[in-house]
Ligand binder design. Sequence first.
Ligand code: CA
Ligand code: CA
Ligand code: CA
Length: 384
Amino acid sequence: MWPTGVSAYDPDVPGTYNVYFQVSDSNGVVARSEIQVLIGGAQPAFAPVAPSVTPDLIQADDSGTFYNDDVTNVNLPTFDVQCTDPGHLIKLYSDNPLANSQVGSHQCGSLESEEAVAIEQAIVSVVLVDGLHNISYTETNVVGESAHSAVLPVIIDTVAPVMVVIDDIGDNFMAITGAGELDALIGVSGAVCNNAPLTADVNGDWSCELSSPLNELDVVDALATDLAGNVSLRGSAVVQHVNVAPSFSLNCTIDATDVTGINSSLIFFPAYAYGFSVGSVNESVQNYLMTIAPAVGGDPDGLITSMSINNNGDLTLVVDITKNSVATVELTMQDDGGTALGGVDTSKVTFNVHHYADLYMDPNFMHLDPSDPIYKNYFEICRQ
Ligand SMILES: [Ca+2]
Ligand SMILES: [Ca+2]
Ligand SMILES: [Ca+2]
């Protein structure tokens, strides 16, 4: 005879049942064997329950500006989790690079006391790629069922900000380009910024409000530290004030000539000033104006009637040819950079205009009396 049975079986009640097999011989001797069978139902008592605690990135691995912002450059981070049964397996998941990527597992430890209902566990992930990870975990029960915990968004960032580039240095506004990361902290040396601490905006830009003007050739450098604690290469710049003095040259190698004929009072010299510069390469947008005037006390005889120069350096003088004398004039180039912070916007050069009339014997000029002299006007300018 081979009776079989199940102890206290209620098909509506999931649970653990003892199933036995029994055999008896003709003498009434019974042999029995039992096994335990787990029966799940529509609502099993051990249905998977999502862990009640969200995973937490441990402070020691939450690098950078804040230890609790879950932005870190530690790409093998450890998370604190909870489990409830020593027999359960914890599995750690990320949605990056793929949904439900398992990135760690850990056997749940023992409850610290009989009253304890949860076990704190630390679980180390595998290497996480840079980017946003929505981290969750499951606690797998004895029948292999599990549910995900709530999600912890974590940003892994192992990339340093690009090198800081300093520009617009030298006036009251100093700005940076190229930090390239929102909220990067900017450290400046060589200058004191009233608005420190400085952080980069969404474009990576920042500005430093100088507490005092910088001097020409001062060196300022800066570096960016991102939220995860990565540090950029150090960018450096030399202070060059935005208004370096303009400059030009004079063509003094040739004397001006009387272009309109013997005894004319007008002399014209094209491009007598040349080689105009408004300052440094940073000032290329500046405009300039050339002006000319007698130096103070420089024309005692009233030699020069009028004078002008244009921005191409073309010089026009009208002189009183009855005067044999020298006048000193002043040529000025002024750019529009202003003079703030010790800048220089003007450059002056003085030179002489020399007029004299002299006897001139023209071999082709047929005078009635060839011995009669005539006069010709000579002009020399730029001769000191
Ligand atoms: Ca952090
Ligand atoms: Ca970064
Ligand atoms: Ca200038």
